[in-house]
Design a protein around this ligand. Sequence first.
Ligand SMILES: *Cc1c(COP(=O)(O)O)cnc(C)c1O
Length: 222
Amino acid sequence: MIKENVKKILGKLPGQVELVVTAKGRKPEEILEAIEAGVKIIGENYIREAKRVYQVVGDKAIWHFIGIPKMEKHDLLRRKTLKMFDMIETVDSLDIAVGIDQKCREIGKVMPILIEINSGREPQKSGVLPEAAEILMRGISRLQNVKVMGLMTMGPRFGNPEDSRPYFVETRKIFEHIKNINFPNVEMKYLSMGMTNSYQIALQEGANMVRIGTKIFGEKNE
Ligand SMILES: *Cc1c(COP(=O)(O)O)cnc(C)c1O
C-alpha cells in the first residue's frame, strides 16, 4: 500500500517539486518501504525518533528536521544530530540559528535551513510572523555556517483545503520579497508548503517542496 501511494504521488508531482515524506510515528520498515518506492527525503519532527529510524535507514535517505526547534533544542544542538540532518526546515529565531551556526562550525558543516513563517499568525504555533521575516533573515544572513535556502509554512489546519490558500499566497509573497532583496548568503530556492490535504493548493501557489505523511502511510492508529 505504501509503495502504491508513493508512486501515485510521485507520478502526479511536477518534476521540479521535492517530496518530503513525514515520518512521525512510523516504523523504520514503513520508511524503508517508501524509500524503495522512490522517496528521497524524510522529514522528522522528533530527534529521538529520528535517531532510531536513522540507525536502520541511514544514508538511504536525505534527512530534514521539520519539528519545533524550541522543544527539541537540547537534542537538536548536538554535533551528532547536526551531522545527521541535511536540512532544518523550521528555523524561526536568531537564537536557534546562532545555536545551529556555532555547532556546525565545530563540525565543519554549512547547514541548509528554511525559515518557518507563522502565516496564520497563530499565537500557539511556531514560526516567525510574516512582518518579522525580513529582519530575521537579515540577521541570519550574516552567519557563516547556516545557509538560508527558502521558506516553510504550515498554516492553520482546515477541513477544506481551499481555506489554506491565503496563507500559502502570503508566504509566497514573502518568498518573492526576500528573493528580490538579494541578501548575501541567502538563496531563495525552496518553498516548503502543503501537506496531505492541502498540497495541491500549495502547488498552485508556488510550493516546490511538499510534506506528506498521511496520504502515504494512512491514518495513524488504524
Ligand atoms: C506531520 C507533518 C506534515 C504532514 O502531515 P500529513 O497531513 O500527515 O500529510 C507536514 N508538515 C509537518 C511539519 C508535519 O509535522
